[in-house]
Structures are given as C-alpha cells and as structure tokens.
Ligand binder design. Structure first.
Ligand code: NAP
Length: 262
C-alpha cells in the first residue's frame, strides 16, 4: 500500500465523473485512499483516464474505468449499469466533470451554441445522471453512508461576466444539490455541493498569470492557488460520512476567497 494511503476499511464504491485529470483525478485518488473502490469516468478516448486508474492501483486501491460523455443522456443507463456491476454496489456519486467556456469574452457576445453546450455538460448531464443513479440507489436498502457530491464553483456567488454561461450553469448545480437533498433524504442519501475557488488545473491554465498576480495582491486570506488535492480531501471527508447530520450543505474550498472583507 502506498505510504500516502489511509488504509481504512472499505466504505463502498464511488463513481467520479471527469476523473481523468485535475480535480476529478485527485478526488478519485483521495476516495481510494479513504477506502472506496473507485469507478472513474472520463470522455471516451481519454488517455488520462488510464493514468488515474494506474495511480489508484499503485496505491493498493481498486479502480474501474468507465468512459462516457456525461452530456449524452442516451448513455446514462449504460453508465449506471456498468458502474453498479463494476464492484456490485454504489454508495457515492461525485459530479465533477465540467467544462469552461471555449473563449472568455463579453457576455453581450455569448452565442446560443456556447450557452447550450455549457448547460448540457455542466448542468443537464449531471442532473439526469444524478436522477438515474438516485433512482437505482432508492430501490436499495442502504447498508452504509450514501452521498451525492456535486462540484460547482465559486462562480455560484462570484459573477464573471467574461464567462456568463459558465456562472449560470454552476448556479443551477447549487439548486440541484439542494433539490436532491430534499428528495433523497428519506432514502438515506445525503447531498453536498463542493464549491472550489481558484484551483491549479488545466481549466485555469489560461489565466495563470492573472491569478498569480491576484493571489500576490491578497485575493484570498490563504494566499495561494488551490490544488486538486485540496478538493480530494474535502470530498473524501464528505463521502465518508463525517458530516452525516447535514445535507444540501455547501462546502467552500477556496482559501477563504468568498469571505467579505473590508
Ligand atoms: P479539467 O482539468 O478541465 O478536467 C475536467 C475533466 O472532466 C477532464 O478529465 C475532462 O476530460 C472531463 N470531462 C469534460 N467533459 C466531460 C464530459 N462531458 N463527460 C465526462 N468527462 C468530461 O477541469 P478541473 O479544473 O479539474 O475541473 C473539475 C470541475 O471543477 C469542473 O466541474 C469545474 O467546473 C470545477 N471547478 C474548477 C475550478 C478550477 O479553478 N479549476 C474552480 C471551480 C470549479 P478530457 O480530459 O477528456 O477533456
């Protein structure tokens, strides 16, 4: 077992979408370290997914690769079946996969195509994938803690007019998490929204210099970029049931960025 692994007893199986790189990969590894068997999803043809699987196995964990585009609703039933069959049950879904805008720019120039694409991948896909998994979970009697954890963004509360459609898609996820919290509590399924600040991944590579300068100038109380592993730790904590008398809760992982300061 890898020296970084926690080595706890198995706590179930978790499906992580967009686990090929960035936050999704770190979440998948942290969940494996916390004792979860991991079903790792990424886009078909992703070469990164194999690296995530190898990293988990190298640490002594169990992982199954599940290629699929989460915005393709016709694929959802197949994804659900395969996710369940991989290890026999599913206790946790992490809605992580998401995209940013193809080009940042004036919101007065946002095109319907760009708007629709962001909604399809960031909101419509997660909503219906969660629905498909929740239906299946609800049919079963829970043996352990079950959760649905959705990675939104600080853009739920910070308006970035140069990527309006991203902000809108992520705001929808915030309500989605609360709605599923209400609907699924009777079935023993807790939901959480994890709200990252500025995290060092490929998604933010286009704005690296901008944020380097902003962090140096005091953007957040914790004066550094967030790392994918910061998200991994938070999600693993939630999935393990540490906060089991909470649901629909928001956990910001943003170095204090959202605190109003004077
Ligand atoms: P990333 O580095 O771009 O990684 C995203 C992953 O999702 C990639 O592996 C990508 O696959 C996969 N993916 C994209 N579309 C998919 C689809 N339709 N179906 C399945 N997988 C798909 O992004 P990240 O920074 O780790 O972001 C992860 C999540 O955190 C996103 O929801 C993002 O909005 C959110 N977030 C990020 C930040 C940040 O600062 N980085 C801040 C707030 C919120 P490919 O590699 O094949 O493209």
């Amino acid at each position: 077992m890898h020296e970084g692994s926690v080595g706890t007893a198995l706590v179930g199986t978790a499906l992580v979408t967009g686990a090929g790189r960035g936050i999704g990969r770190a979440v998948a590894i942290a969940l494996a370290d916390a004792g979860f068997k991991v079903v790792a999803n990424d886009l078909p043809g992703s070469t990164d997914l194999a690296q995530t699987l190898a990293a988990i196995r190298e640490r002594g964990g169990q992982a199954h690769g599940l290629p699929g585009d989460i915005s393709d609703l016709a694929r959802h039933q197949g994804l659900v079946e395969e996710a369940w069959n991989a290890f026999g049950s599913l206790e946790c879904l992490v809605n992580n996969a998401g995209i940013s805008v193809a080009r940042r720019g004036d919101m007065l120039d946002v095109t319907p195509d760009s708007f629709d694409r962001l909604i399809e991948v960031n909101l419509r896909g997660p909503f219906f994938l969660t629905q498909a998994i929740a239906r299946r979970m609800a049919e079963q009697v829970a043996e352990g803690f079950r959760s649905i954890i959705t990675v939104s963004s600080i853009n739920v509360e910070f308006a970035s007019p140069d990527r309006a459609e991203y902000c809108i898609s992520k705001s929808g996820l915030a309500m989605m998490s609360q709605l599923y919290a209400t609907r699924l509590a009777p079935h023993g399924i807790n939901t959480y929204e994890v709200r990252p600040g500025v995290i060092r991944t490929q998604m933010t590579a286009v704005a690296r210099e901008k944020y380097d300068t902003l962090f140096a100038g005091g953007l957040a109380p914790i004066a550094r970029w967030g790392e994918p592993e910061d998200l991994g730790r938070a999600v693993a904590m939630l999935a393990s049931g540490a906060l089991r008398y909470t649901t629909g809760e928001v956990v910001r992982v943003d170095g204090g960025l959202a605190i109003r300061r004077l």
